[in-house]
Design a binder for this molecule. Structure first.
Ligand SMILES: Cc1cc2nc3c(=O)[nH]c(=O)nc-3n(C[C@H](O)[C@H](O)[C@H](O)COP(=O)(O)O)c2cc1C
Length: 221
């Protein structure tokens, strides 16, 4: 490269920051029998370690024909499943109706950790969905009511009017929750934990659901 040329994207990428030296260690021989116990421990470490948006996760869905889509969502709860909330009328909601098999991916870059989950999404009880909705900021609720999620904005003016109407509706009834707002639970069938190290190796451990619990398998990085 001559001095008056701007750096190529390859040169820029070579300067990208790598993992910090103080990333946590992971001993796959010292792990609980159930993956969500380990997941919750990692999530807590991420929150307490100041990871930005540690509850942001990628939800990948597929149409019955095999077209794949992915987007970021917030993790809302963890019990024997992982919970997220969205509109059942959105593109992802319609895909889930026809094919509930999903992948969830979380990446805590500050700690060099990734978790990959495969499972099946199902709708949670109506009251859980309604509670999730009413806990949201009034403006977020108004956005969800005004127009269908991911619908093209045909007219700015119409969208502004609908948003104002939705805000009024919420101001009149703070407990209102639309039928399409849905809390989904993903029951995992496979959960893989990936830990970077300060060297070039990585530690990987995958849990797979078995008839009487979970199997644990180390994976080559
Ligand atoms: C950090 C982050 C968090 C998000 N959280 C949610 C969420 O909890 N629920 C949701 O419906 N969309 C959420 N979104 C928006 C989605 O990524 C997506 O744009 C929207 O759900 C429409 O997706 P669809 O067209 O595939 O149905 C979030 C986006 C980001 C970047």
């Amino acid at each position: 490269m001559t001095s008056n040329e701007s750096p190529s994207i390859r040169d820029v990428l070579r300067k990208a920051k790598v993992f910090p030296p103080d990333i946590p260690a992971f001993d796959p021989d010292d792990t609980p029998e159930a993956p969500l116990e380990l997941f919750t421990a990692w999530l807590t470490t991420a929150v307490e370690g100041g990871v930005v948006q540690p509850h942001a996760m990628t939800l990948s869905t597929a149409s019955p024909g095999g077209d794949v889509t992915a987007r970021t969502l917030l993790l809302k709860d963890v019990d024997d499943a992982l919970w997220f909330a969205t509109s059942s009328l959105s593109p992802k909601g319609r895909q889930l109706n026809r094919n509930p098999r999903v992948a969830l991916t979380l990446y805590w870059r500050e700690q060099g950790r990734q978790v990959r989950i495969l499972g099946e999404a199902s709708r949670g009880p109506r009251d859980v969905s309604a509670r999730d909705f009413t806990a949201r900021h009034p403006d977020s609720r108004a956005v969800a009511i005004a127009l269908r999620q991911s619908a093209p904005i045909e007219s700015e003016q119409d969208a502004t009017v609908r948003f104002a109407e939705a805000k009024e509706r919420i101001a009149e009834d703070d407990s209102f929750a639309p039928d399409d707002w849905t809390a989904y639970r993903v029951a995992p069938t496979s959960v893989e934990f990936w830990q970077a190290t300060t060297g070039r190796d990585q530690v990987r451990l995958r849990y797979d659901r078995a008839p009487d619990g979970w199997t644990r398998t180390r994976l080559w990085p």
